[in-house]
Write a protein that binds this ligand. Sequence first.
Ligand SMILES: [Zn+2]
Length: 88
Amino acid sequence: MRQGSCICAACKIEIKDDLCRFCILRDVDDNPMVLHFHYFAPCWDFERFTKQYANFTFEKGGFSCNEKTTFTQENVTHMQSNIEMWIS
Ligand SMILES: [Zn+2]
């Protein structure tokens, strides 16, 4: 669950959707950096992402939703296990 507002790293617009993506990266000095993205393309573009953040280590990726959104365990498992949701 996310709190407050977050800005999309791609389009620089505040994310007001119920669902967005987040990634935790580490820079060369091992400092963590959290990025949020609108869920859908063009904001989420895996190829562009890997080029743009080529110098960073990818630590974690996930989905963030607001408190009003309810997911079944099945939805969550699907989102956690389906790599195609990230690279397609
Ligand atoms: Zn965006």
